[in-house]
Design a protein around this ligand. Structure first.
Ligand SMILES: Nc1ncnc2c1ncn2[C@@H]1O[C@H](COP(=O)(O)OP(=O)(O)OP(=O)(O)O)[C@@H](O)[C@H]1O
Length: 319
C-alpha cells in the first residue's frame, strides 16, 4: 500500500455547528504544564493470520517481528505445537514529544491510520508505552464509548464501578446516578446484566458514564460518539458542557471546522510522527494544503501530497 492508497476521511468543508460559534474563536488562557509526553513510542503486536494481512498491506509503520526462538525439544513438547503464524509489529506512534498546559484546547489531526486514537489512548494509560513516557498532573479521562465495563454485571453495578474509576466519590456517584440512566435512555434495563443490552444501549451507557465526571485533562475522540442522530446531538451538548469545565482538552476529529472552532493549538500526526505542532490557524493551513494535494493525487492516480518531515527536536511547549 502506498501513501496515496491510504483512506482519506478528512472533512474539509463541514459546516460549523452554531453552538461552536457562540463564544467566538477559542482564546488560550494558558497556565501551568499539566501533561508531558516524552519521546513516546507505541507498538501493537499482531499475531497469526491477521499479522499476515497487516504485513501484506505494506504500511510503513508495520514490520514483521522476529518469532521467539524455542528449542526443538520445547517445540516438540509444547501443547500448542501448531505453528502460530507470523507476528507483525505496528509502530503506531513514533517518538512523539510535547507539553500541554492548563487551559489549552489541543486538536489532533492526521489522515486515517496516522496514530491519533492510539496517542489519546496512550495518554489515558489504556496502552503502555513501548518506549518513552507520559507524565500527567491529574487523571486524564477519555470521553467516549470505550470505557471498560463488565458485561456480566448490571448497568447499575457498572455505573458504580465506572464512576469510582473516574475518581467520583460514592456520594457523587449516587447523586449523578439518575442522570446517567436518563442520559443513556436505558430505563429499567439498568438493573439487567449489560450482556443483555443492544450494542446501542451499551454504547450510550458507556458514553453516559464517561461523561459523568469532569476531569482535569479531557480527551475526546469524536469517532467514539456513536448512536442515532438524537443521541449524537445530546452527546455533542454533553461534550460541550464537560469541555467548559475541564482544565485541558484534547480533541481528535476529522472535521477541520470543528478543530478550528474548538482548539487553540493543533498537533499534526503523520505515520505516527508529530510533523507539526503550533497555533491552530498555522497548522490547519498547512494540513489543508496537504489533504487537498493528497485528494487530487488519489483521484488522478498520482503519488500523494508530501507531509512535512517529522520534527527532529520537537519543542517542549509547542508555542
Ligand atoms: N489494536 C490494534 N492492533 C494492531 N494495530 C492497530 C490497532 N489499533 C490501531 N492499529 C494500527 O495503528 C495505526 C494507527 O491507528 P490509529 O487508529 O491510532 O490511527 P488514527 O489516526 O486514529 O486513524 P483513524 O483516523 O482512521 O481513526 C494504524 O496503522 C492502525 O492500523
Amino acid at each position: 500500500m502506498t501513501e496515496s492508497d491510504l483512506h482519506l476521511d478528512v472533512d474539509l468543508d463541514a459546516e460549523l455547528d452554531p453552538e461552536d460559534l457562540v463564544d467566538g474563536p477559542p482564546v488560550a488562557d494558558v497556565g501551568e504544564p499539566v501533561l508531558v509526553v516524552d519521546d513516546l513510542h507505541i507498538v501493537y503486536r499482531v499475531f497469526g493470520g491477521k499479522a499476515k494481512q497487516v504485513a501484506a498491506a505494506g504500511n510503513e509503520n508495520v514490520r514483521e517481528a522476529k518469532a521467539p526462538k524455542r528449542s526443538f525439544v520445547k517445540r516438540l513438547l509444547s501443547s500448542t505445537s501448531q505453528h502460530v503464524g507470523a507476528v507483525s509489529e505496528v509502530h503506531a506512534v513514533r517518538g512523539v514529544s510535547f507539553v500541554a498546559h492548563h487551559g489549552e484546547s489541543i486538536g489532533i489531526v492526521g489522515i486515517n491510520g496516522s496514530g491519533k486514537s492510539t496517542l489519546l489512548r496512550a495518554i489515558t494509560g489504556l496502552i503502555p508505552p513501548h518506549q518513552g513516557a507520559v507524565y500527567a498532573a491529574g487523571e486524564p479521562a477519555l470521553l467516549g464509548v470505550n470505557a471498560a465495563l463488565m458485561p456480566q454485571l448490571t448497568g447499575e453495578r457498572n455505573i458504580w464501578i465506572g464512576g469510582l474509576a473516574l475518581g467520583l466519590t460514592p456520594k457523587q456517584v449516587e447523586e449523578r446516578f439518575d442522570d446517567v440512566v436518563d442520559f443513556a435512555d436505558i430505563g429499567d434495563f439498568v438493573y439487567m446484566p449489560m450482556k443483555t443490552y443492544s450494542s446501542g444501549m451499551g454504547a450510550r451507557l458507556r458514553f453516559a458514564i464517561s461523561s459523568a465526571a469532569t476531569p482535569d485533562i479531557l480527551m475526546i475522540d469524536e469517532a467514539l460518539a456513536t448512536g442515532d442522530a438524537a443521541f449524537k446531538a445530546r452527546s455533542k451538548a454533553r461534550i460541550d458542557e464537560v469541555r467548559k469545565d475541564a482544565g485541558t482538552i484534547f480533541l481528535v476529529s476529522h472535521s477541520i471546522s470543528t478543530i478550528d472552532a474548538m482548539c487553540t493549538r493543533v498537533l499534526w500526526l503523520h505515520q505516527g510522527q508529530l510533523v507539526m505542532d503550533g497555533p491552530t490557524d498555522e497548522v490547519l493551513a498547512q494540513y489543508k494544503k496537504f489533504v487537498r494535494a493528497h485528494r487530487e493525487a488519489q483521484t488522478s492516480g498520482r503519488a500523494g501530497g508530501v507531509a512535512p518531515r517529522a520534527r527532529q527536536k520537537p519543542s517542549r511547549t509547542g508555542r
